[in-house]
Write a protein of this length. Structure first.
Length: 411
């Protein structure tokens, strides 16, 4: 990218980036995901549920996020991002508040399910569409900056939840988390989420954007390579991150210290998102993705029996690098390989693979613990998933010339 033009884009759109960063950080996918780990042991102690039962809630949260993603993509194209986002923020809060009242697993799951359904418009499908449509010269950097909101939540939320549990109980902690979208995200989204109507979905200029149709994308092997890589990567990321705090506590580490170690993930997610975003504006993104995914594969092998604080921090940092990069890499690669004309729908379908991994892995990893009393096998499987996801990325090949494809189609 041209450095001057890219910086000018970033300076001109900083309010939009802040609104997207806060919106995605307090979304129906991020907020339930980063609360469930530090809440697992308190809920287990209070209600006697198994860890697998507790973490199955993410299946209802992220799993329904996967099912609603294509619908959300259609809604964004039909009505625009702002109209979809604002009521969805209330939906996230309502669902989590209902979950905080649960005395049975059915009510607990229902709360997470409602958060996913009513809050579907807060998920990355919306925020990445806004950024991809409003930034061109600095698209990778803008996506990294916008999606850094999930990194901040990963950094701050575990310690926040643990502190509130110690002050009150897990219900107080979850209710406090439920208020965050309304208190923080809603005002910023209302004030600053104003996408350029000539370049955003639903705008009058949308017909001038180049790109594949949904059918063309689904017939393209690159879509399926990307989706499979993202699925495997997020199976590894989600299973490891949600079970990290209870795994460390099982080794005799204090709850606050375990939450602080998990916070190292958030620390590296921030530079992971931002630096990878800047790099892919200049270097072939699939090659960058391969390197980013191979590092946490090594981290998972080390993390199986690590107790040394320095080793744990380093391995958590490598996990954070992958967790920080993969979401914005999906958004960037979707735009580069399939264009913006039908971006919301195509990204939503690829995002469904991500959400499926995010939904199923916490339960699967916790089930392995319930059966074996250890997370060792889960960390080994995560290492294999990371490695395969990394090796799939180069199969995407060179970037297509979307303008040329569009001209050939017109001709």
């Amino acid at each position: 990218m041209s450095s001057a033009a890219g910086w000018q884009e970033l300076r001109g759109g900083w309010r939009l980036l802040v609104a997207c960063a806060v919106g995605v950080g307090l979304s129906a996918i991020a907020l339930p995901f980063y609360t469930i780990g530090p809440l697992t042991r308190p809920i287990e102690a209070d209600l006697g549920w198994s860890r697998a039962d507790i973490q199955l809630a993410i299946l209802f949260s992220s799993g329904l996020g996967a099912l609603t993603a294509p619908i959300t993509g259609w809604m964004i194209d039909r009505w625009g991002a702002r109209i979809v986002a604002i009521p969805s923020i209330f939906g996230v809060s309502l669902g989590l508040f209902i979950a905080s009242t649960a005395h049975t697993v059915e009510v607990f799951y229902a709360g997470y399910a409602l958060s996913a359904i009513l809050g579907a418009g807060t998920n990355p499908v919306l925020w990445s569409r806004v950024v991809s449509g409003n930034f061109e010269k600095a698209r990778g950097a803008a996506l990294g900056l916008a999606l850094v909101g999930t990194a901040l939540v990963a950094l701050l939320l575990p310690s926040f939840i643990v502190a509130l549990v110690e002050i009150g109980d897990w219900r107080l902690a979850l209710r406090a988390a439920a208020l965050l979208p309304i208190i923080i995200a809603l005002p910023l989204v209302y004030l600053w989420l104003h996408p350029d109507p000539s370049r955003s979905a639903g705008g009058s200029g949308a017909s001038n954007l180049y790109g594949s149709t949904v059918g063309e994308a689904l017939r393209n092997f690159r879509f399926w390579v990307l989706a499979l890589s993202i699925l495997l990567g997020y199976l590894a990321i989600s299973g490891t991150l949600t079970n990290l705090v209870p795994a460390l506590i099982d080794r005799g580490i204090e709850a606050q210290a375990a939450a602080a170690f998990a916070g190292a993930i958030g620390i590296t997610m921030i530079p992971g998102r931002v630096l990878v975003g800047f790099i892919v504006d200049r270097i072939w993104a699939p090659g960058v993705a391969m390197v980013v995914l191979l590092l946490p594969a090594l981290a998972c092998l080390v993390l199986r029996d690590a107790t040394d604080p320095v080793v744990i921090i380093v391995t958590c940092a490598l996990l954070g690098l992958a967790a920080g990069a993969e979401l914005d890499l999906l958004a960037f690669l979707t735009a580069r390989y399939f264009g913006l004309a039908h971006y919301s729908k195509i990204y939503a379908l690829a995002y469904a693979a991500l959400a499926t991994g995010s939904a199923t892995a916490p339960f699967l990893f916790a089930s392995v613990y319930d059966r074996t009393g250890s997370y060792d096998a889960s960390f080994m499987v995560a290492a294999v998933f990371f490695a395969v996801a990394a090796l799939l990325m180069p199969l995407l090949g060179r970037y297509p010339d979307l303008g040329k494809i569009e001209n050939n189609r017109a001709g």
